[in-house]
Ligand binder design. Structure first.
Ligand SMILES: Cc1cc2nc3c(=O)[nH]c(=O)nc-3n(C[C@H](O)[C@H](O)[C@H](O)COP(=O)(O)O)c2cc1C
Length: 225
């Protein structure tokens, strides 16, 4: 858990990468993760290597992406349950990639779909991609809301809950919207509600993972949503 907390603190979105292919070791480990998370989530995590076209478009240049040639495509039926899973398992991959010395960026809109490199079955859609590679820099800390803006209770909080919310505030969210609100219920369970905004269910999965790691309770934590 501590290791994952280090990854949470060190991770920032990186959009500019070195023109350097991924090492065989990194490819092998990313492949293992995509297989594991596909199995666990029921989504299809596909590692796309040496494919420069997705991030060679007006939107990507405008978004300041450079040298993105490797990415993970997450494919599945576009239900809100799947979008939450996409966030949860995708962020597991992001944090493990960070621990391996890689940089990442979740990308929902500023890229172009390249159908010929993807395996999309009937009824499925490309939900989102995660750019991966060796960053030109480590990225920068995002501006963040304060705990009181994202937690119903603000005083006399148990340490584990406070740590959970703080880890959630370090999470990537679409356009850094941070539209979530946690509450600690009388029975010790935790709820988290989202507002409206792009990719909000993906954000939800991401912040739940961060909360689980930050609180130190992992999957023992009981969500009451
Ligand atoms: C679901 C999701 C979708 C995102 N889509 C894009 C995108 O299309 N283009 C982009 O440049 N960044 C995208 N981002 C990255 C966010 O802008 C970034 O996570 C946020 O500004 C916080 O910064 P940080 O990741 O460095 O902490 C996305 C992030 C998430 C979680």
């Amino acid at each position: 858990m501590d290791e994952m907390m280090n990854a949470i603190k060190a991770r920032h979105s990186v959009r500019a990468y070195l023109d350097k292919p991924l090492s065989e070791e990194h490819i092998g480990r990313l492949r293992m993760m995509t297989e594991e998370y596909s199995r666990e989530s029921g989504l299809s995590f596909q590692l796309i290597l040496d494919e420069p076209k997705a991030f060679d478009c007006r939107m990507a240049h405008y978004g300041k992406f450079s040298n993105v040639k490797n990415y993970i495509a997450i494919i599945g039926k576009k239900t809100s349950e799947n979008e939450e899973k996409c966030g949860y398992y995708g962020e597991k991959l992001v944090l493990n990639a960070q621990l391996m010395g890689l940089n990442t960026c979740w990308v929902a809109s500023t890229y172009k779909t390249i159908p010929e490199v993807l395996d999309v079955q009937k009824g499925e859609k490309l939900i989102i991609v995660i750019a991966v590679g060796y960053g030109e820099s480590k990225g920068a800390q995002h501006k963040s809301k304060e705990l009181k803006a994202v937690s119903k209770q603000t005083e006399k909080l148990p340490k584990w809950y406070q740590n959970g919310v703080e880890a959630a505030l370090l999470a990537p969210t679409a356009i850094n919207q941070q539209k979530f609100k946690f509450s600690l219920n009388d029975d010790g369970t935790v709820s988290v509600k989202t507002g409206f905004g792009p990719c909000i269910k993906i954000d939800l999965g991401i912040v739940k993972l961060h909360f689980e790691i930050g609180s130190g309770r992992g999957r023992q934590l009981v969500w009451n949503n």
